[in-house]
Design a protein around this ligand. Structure first.
Ligand code: SF4
Ligand code: SF4
Length: 127
């Protein structure tokens, strides 16, 4: 990602809050593998499940894996790897502004249309 569009400031803001991203079954398997523990142990120690939605536990207002940075970086959920380039950002200028406000990694000089244009160039179209 070109730095003029996005450069992570490692502020940790996106790892804070009372909920986290939800995990896919692949995320759960990858994370257990990375931590070298069983899925059952991963779930009992680090995850929470409600209405079939699996998230990471929240401790002191942040993801349980946040400690000045992500401590499971290679095994983190794919939604974390995508942030802040959430698909909703491209479909709604208001989402873009909201995400831009909460993520200092997105250039403040970047407008919605310019951001979409540059991102589209980097994202191959599916046929
Ligand atoms: S909020 Fe943005 S700049 Fe801060 S850690 Fe998350 S992605 Fe990086
Ligand atoms: S897994 Fe890592 S990047 Fe994702 S919310 Fe938790 S600490 Fe942040």
């Amino acid at each position: 990602m070109p730095k003029e569009i996005f450069q992570c400031r490692e502020c940790g803001y996106c790892c804070q809050g009372e909920t986290t991203v939800s995990l896919t079954p692949e995320d759960v398997a990858r994370m257990a593998d990375y931590l070298k523990i069983s899925v059952a142990e991963l779930k009992s120690r680090y995850l929470r499940e409600k209405d079939k939605v699996i998230q990471m536990r929240v401790v002191d207002g942040h993801c349980i894996f946040y400690n000045g940075g992500c401590t499971v970086h290679p095994g983190k959920p794919w939604r974390c790897t995508q942030w802040p380039l959430h698909p909703s950002i491209l479909s709604d200028p208001n989402n873009f502004e909201t995400i831009k406000e909460s993520c200092p990694g997105i250039s403040k000089r970047m407008g919605y249309e310019e951001f979409c244009k540059r991102l589209a160039k980097l994202t191959p179209k599916k046929s």
